[in-house]
Design a protein. Structure first.
Length: 83
């Protein structure tokens, strides 16, 4: 068994909790025309990230955990495949 301290980057498990809060800046979607002439959007997605937290997973293994927080408005865009 590998000691928790000796695990390499790819041996470690990391949880990222995606959260929403109205006090985070809203996303900005700007229409653009790409070099090939097709249209799309340029996105600015403000967010906040918590400091690293250490937790245990269901098997009692040490895991890294971060909380990433976006504005509530992002939820409406998550339903679109192109987003």
């Amino acid at each position: 068994m590998v000691s928790e301290r000796n695990k390499t980057f790819f041996d470690q498990k990391c949880f990222i909790n995606v959260c929403f809060h109205e006090k985070i800046e809203k996303a900005v979607r700007t229409p653009i025309t790409r070099e090939d002439g097709s249209n799309g959007f340029d996105w600015r997605l403000p967010y906040r990230v918590s400091q690293l937290q250490h937790q245990q997973d269901g098997q009692g293994e040490l895991v890294s955990q971060y909380d990433v927080v976006f504005n509530d408005d992002i939820i409406q865009y998550m339903m679109h495949a192109e987003f």
